[in-house]
Structures are given as C-alpha cells and as structure tokens.
Design a protein around this ligand. Sequence first.
Ligand code: ZN
Length: 352
Amino acid sequence: MRAARMYGYKQPLKLEEIPVPDIAPSEVLVKVGAAGMCRTDFQLIDGYFHANLPMEFPAVPGHEIAGTITRVGADVPADAGLGEGDQIVVFGPHGDRSCRQCHRGNEHICKRGQWIGFGPHGGYQEYVPIDYRQAIKTSTTLSPVALAPLTDAGLTPYRGLKKLRAAGVLRPGATLAVMGIGGLGAYAVQYAKLLGAGATVVALARSDEKLALATENGADHVINTRDKSDDQIRDALEQATGAREVDAVIECVGAEDSVRLAFSLLATEGAVASVGLVGNRIDMPLFPFVGREFSYFGSFWGNYTDLTEVVALAEAGQIKDSLTEVAFEDVNDHIDALGRGDFVGRAVIVYD
Ligand SMILES: [Zn+2]
C-alpha cells in the first residue's frame, strides 16, 4: 500500500510502498477512502508538538479518516454491527477506558489516551487498523471525501459551540462571532446558525475569499479585520449589528493576537471558546476578565457522542462542505500550503 511517512521534523514526507498492516483481534482494518489534511498536520511535521508529544519514526499523520472496513478482527463482538464493506468514519482518539474522563465519555482528553495520526499511524497511508470502538458506521449517501473532515474540522468547532450554548450566552438579540474562517471556521459558521439559538452570526477573517465562504455558509455579516484597529472593527460591528461588542466568540485561529481581539470585543458576561491552536501563549489583562465576568472555554477536538451528532447532521443535509481533493502524490505540496494558511476550505487525500 502507499504511505506518506514522516522520518523527522521539518522534512517532506517520504512516499513509500509498504505492506498492509495486520490487525489485532479487537481491531478492524479500514481502507482509507479519504483522509483530511489539517493545519495540525503541518504543525506536527514542523515540530510544534515535539515537547508534549514525542513521536516514533516512521510516523504517519492523518487524523481525519473515512473509509471502508475490509477486515474484522476475531474478538470484535457481533453486536458491534461492523462488517466488511461497511462505510465508517474513524473517531480519532482512543482512551484507556478506565479514567474519569473516559467514563464520562471524553476519551479525547484521556491522560493516557492516544490519537490516531499522532502516534498510531493515520490516514496518510492507504489502510489503517483501528480499535472497533473507534468506528462509526455511516450511511453511503455521503462520500468518504465529505465525511473525513467531519472527524476533526467538522467536530472541533461543534464541541466549542456546544460549550458556548451551555454557558447560556446564545439567544436572539445576542451576537456570536466566528473568528478565523479556515478548515474549522467554515464549519463553525454553520454550527453558529444551527446551535446559536437565534443569535446574529458575524464572521471575522483577514481574507475576502474566506469571508465569501462564511457568507455562503450562513454568516449574517462578515468583517475583514486585516489592517484594522480594534476600534475600526468595532465600527464595522456597530454598522452590521447595532452594537460595538459581541456576546460570544468561537475562536478558530488560536494565535495570540486573535485571542486578544476576541476578548477586546467581548461584552460584559460574554464567553469565548478557543478551538484553534497556533500560538503558544496568551496574555490578557485580569481586570475586565474578572470585573466584567468573562468566561473562557478551552475546547479540544470532540468526543464520540459529538461525532455521532455531527455525522447525523451531515446525513440530514444540514452541513455544507468546501472540499478539494489532493492526489496522494501531491501530499507534500499541500502541507506547504497548510503552513502558509492561504488555503480556503478543506483538502482531503484520495488514493483512487
Ligand atoms: Zn481515560
């Protein structure tokens, strides 16, 4: 099978022919129909996670996988309902199933957990063994190309939006800002409309092309923040919504400046959910944070239930995608494009 493998940081992946992997008795083998390419893959290769997540080489990135089961391990219970030929998406995290987070259904934040594509070999190779409990069967009305990005780009902002909704900041008359219209933000805008309880949705980004996608995906207003001061952004907000502040932000960039702007625009009792991870630190003044009772939620990837909800929304035709297919042979070129951040929508690797 073909595999794009990582032999060290800051090097192009090596495209190789390697044997199809064996499976353990509790695993199924997935033929990857499509593997999403995430900015995180660029960061992985660039060494961003080096200190916290040491890798063994060769490593295989790719944590967004949809495909078809081609083998079922002997110990996979029949009532799991998984058989050869089934189309599935892969729930990427795999917890120890014994800690508190796992018992609460949050395997993705298990301290002893693993994430596919960040250790266990991911979808940048043609066949991937996974624990059968990571497989979520889907209908075949959607293609693997449409499904793969749902497992991270489509999942991560969904969980973030659920946190804002649980915080009680979304209601008619409120304004919800989506910051950054990259792979995650293009989905976040849609969840903002679906889960926003009638809040007005404003997309903020630094590119008109990305903002056009936000409009297409349902944003009520868009603001290009490039070269604008905070006050100029507030002027634009006021023109769009009648208010100079926002009640909630889903922050999909994760750069220090973007998080700073999110709090700078926040109304009293407002809340920010951070799902982006690009910078390393944030620095914010304590006074408005405490004195105006801001809330700040970190939100990481999503749990199994979140993913089943996202897949159900997609199957019901509620989620639009903006996808580009990348041939396996072109994977390194696209990793460079992810690093530049100038790509609109999501790219997925296809093998056929
Ligand atoms: Zn656990």
